[in-house]
Each structure stands twice: as structure tokens, then as C-alpha cells.
Ligand binder design. Structure first.
Ligand SMILES: [Zn+2]
Length: 351
């Protein structure tokens, strides 16, 4: 078996990642990000690419064998919001998409996607934002739906004026990612899970560049509903044997994961992952000097579990780069991304 030391094209990974991060894709409004990913995958002639009715992207890749087909998945959807209400003062009340704290996006710029295709810019603020007007209430006010609003960068002070801009209840809202790469650190919102979509592409490119074919028939699924819990519940072939889920590792107090390593998650809120598959991944990492950690994530669910819950009868394991301040202003490092991509590529080649 040809187990070359695969080269991950890190500049390629970084360029695609930054493009994807700058493409808004709150859950439910992901087509642009799916299109960008599809374009990138189309560079690899060995892949057969399609899109599911649910909107996820599926690429199939002929392996050397067909007796135990494998899949990789990562999700392109992110946290975001929808317009819940147009207030009498012309500002917007939001409904969250996905699980996060308002404090993590307080003061952030945002874009509202109107029905007619137009966009309106604004920012998310506390309803009592001015310290010079509200004093200590700025500190004390609870960051909950009632107390947060979008101030639009347009001349409006009424419900009617806002509606005349084209804004309606149900419009999607994306928060600015604020992407910055410094000293190898990638700081941005929504590294969860765009970082892993980029790792998946870099893994495919590594095999492609080396002229290698995966060991088993392989499905790549870019899911689009993970942040609300059912992303990869569907979209895999019925004869699938193993699913490797690529999603960020949770970094923080008490965690082994960090931004310079990739992690193998052996348990999260959904319980333990598949022990045999996790062992296989550990052996690969050790044999090829992948800088990895083993960790447990206390408040976490993955698309692998979404597939299990939907009845998927396969082994599932989870790996991903350490991401600091997850579901907030996130950060990881290119070393963790490279390690994740290399691990995924080695897995595809492994017997
Ligand atoms: Zn995620």
C-alpha cells in the first residue's frame, strides 16, 4: 500500500478558507457557500458532484475497493439570525439561528438579505446602547432577545420606512466574520465549521496531487443544517460503513485541545464515538506524526451523531482543529488545519 507522506497545500487551504469565511451562510441560507465549495471541488475530475434536495453538497469518489464505503463530512452553515419583528422605531428584533450568546455579537456589523435580492447593512446593539443616555443599564441589561436590536445603516425611524427598504420578517441575517490571518493564526467568526470544509478540500487535493485514489469508495458530504442539529441526517449512500466527521475541537479550561493541534473527540454530549474507528485514527496519527490530542467536549453535538440519530448504521468518529472561543470570535492556527487535513487524507488512503 502506497502510504506516501502526503503534502498538504497550506496556501491553498488558507485561500479557500478565507474566501469561504467571507461568504455568508447562516443555516437556511447557504447556497452561496455551497456554490463556492462546489466550484472548488469541480477542480478534481475524479469526483462526481451533486446536490441533495435538502441543499447539501455530495461528491462521490471511486475507491480501490467497494466493500466498506467511507464518508467525510463537514458543515458549511453557520450561526446567524432571522428578522423576527420590524419595530416601531424602524429597528429589527432578531430570532437566533443556532446556539450562541448575544454578547458574542454585540456591536457586530451585519447584513440583512431581502426577498428581492438586495442587502441592507446594519449592526447589532443593545436597545439601551448609549452609556451617556442609559448609564449603568448598559452594563446591567440582560443580553436577551428583547434587549437586542439591529440598527440599519439607512434612513429609517419607523416600521414603514424599514419595510420600504425591502426588509421583511423572515429575512436572513449574517454577522460579519472579521477574518484576519496573523502569524499563522486564523481569527474569524464561523471557523466552525468552515475550517473543516477547507481541511476536507485540502485532503482531497493532497490525494489528487499525489495521483492517489482512496482505499474505499468515498462520499464527501458538505452539510448545510448542522447548527440546528440535523445537518448530515441524510445524504449518504445506503451501503456506507464508516463516517469521519470533521468539526472543530472545543478549546478552553480543562480541555486537552488547543489551537496548534488537531483533536480526536472520543465523547461529547451525544456519548462516546465508535471505539474501533477512533483507535484506527489514533494509530494513523501515531504512525505519521500527526500533532493530535484526544479530548471530550462537554457541550457539543456533531453531524456524525445527527446521522446516528437518523438511523445511520455505520461507525462514526470525529476529528478537527482546536478552535478557541467557539461560537464567539473564534481562532485557530494553520498548524491545526494542516494536521486535520493530513489526518483525513491518511484516513482515506488507509486499509
Ligand atoms: Zn460545527
Amino acid at each position: 500500500m502506497k502510504k506516501k507522506n502526503l503534502a498538504i497545500d497550506v496556501p491553498y487551504l488558507q485561500t479557500f478558507l478565507v474566501d469561504l469565511l467571507n461568504t455568508p451562510s447562516p443555516t437556511g441560507y447557504t447556497q452561496q457557500a455551497i456554490d463556492l465549495t462546489r466550484q472548488a471541488l469541480e477542480a478534481f475530475p475524479a469526483l462526481h458532484i451533486s446536490q441533495t434536495l435538502k441543499g447539501s453538497l455530495v461528491a462521490t469518489w471511486r475507491g480501490q475497493r467497494q466493500d466498506a464505503p467511507r464518508a467525510l463530512t463537514a458543515h458549511v452553515d453557520t450561526l446567524g439570525a432571522m428578522v423576527k419583528e420590524i419595530k416601531a422605531n424602524g429597528r429589527l428584533k432578531l430570532s437566533k439561528v443556532g446556539g450562541f450568546a448575544w454578547s458574542t455579537v454585540e456591536g457586530e456589523g451585519c447584513t440583512i438579505f431581502c426577498q428581492d435580492g438586495a442587502t441592507v447593512r446594519g449592526s447589532l446593539l443593545l436597545t439601551k446602547a448609549s452609556f451617556h443616555v442609559h448609564g449603568n443599564q448598559v452594563i446591567e441589561l440582560k443580553r436577551e432577545d428583547e434587549n437586542m436590536e439591529v440598527r440599519l445603516d439607512a434612513r429609517t425611524t419607523s416600521n414603514e420606512e424599514t419595510r420600504s427598504l425591502g426588509v421583511e420578517v423572515g429575512d436572513f441575517v449574517a454577522f460579519d466574520p472579521r477574518v484576519e490571518v496573523t502569524n499563522g493564526f486564523v481569527r474569524s467568526r464561523h471557523l466552525d465549521d468552515k475550517a473543516c470544509v477547507a481541511c476536507m478540500l485540502a485532503a482531497v487535493k493532497a490525494l489528487h496531487d499525489a495521483g492517489l485514489q482512496p482505499w474505499q469508495d468515498t462520499t464527501l458530504l458538505v452539510s448545510n443544517y448542522e447548527e440546528v442539529g440535523h445537518g448530515a441526517a441524510t445524504g449518504f449512500p445506503t451501503n456506507l460503513a464508516e463516517l469521519l466527521c470533521l468539526d472543530m475541537a472545543a478549546v478552553g479550561e480543562g480541555q486537552t485541545s488547543d489551537e496548534m493541534h488537531t483533536s480526536l473527540c472520543v465523547k461529547d454530549s451525544g456519548g462516546p464515538y465508535h471505539h474501533g474507528m477512533s483507535q484506527h485514527l489514533r494509530q494513523l496519527a501515531k504512525a505519521h506524526n500527526i500533532p493530535y490530542k484526544v479530548d471530550i467536549y462537554p457541550h457539543y453535538g456533531s453531524d456524525g451523531e445527527a446521522y446516528w440519530r437518523a438511523g445511520g448504521n455505520v461507525a462514526v468518529a470525529l476529528i478537527g482543529p482546536g478552535v478557541d472561543a467557539s461560537h464567539s470570535y473564534e481562532r485557530t492556527h494553520l498548524e491545526a488545519l494542516e494536521a486535520t487535513a493530513r489526518w483525513a487524507a491518511l484516513y482515506l488512503l488507509s486499509e
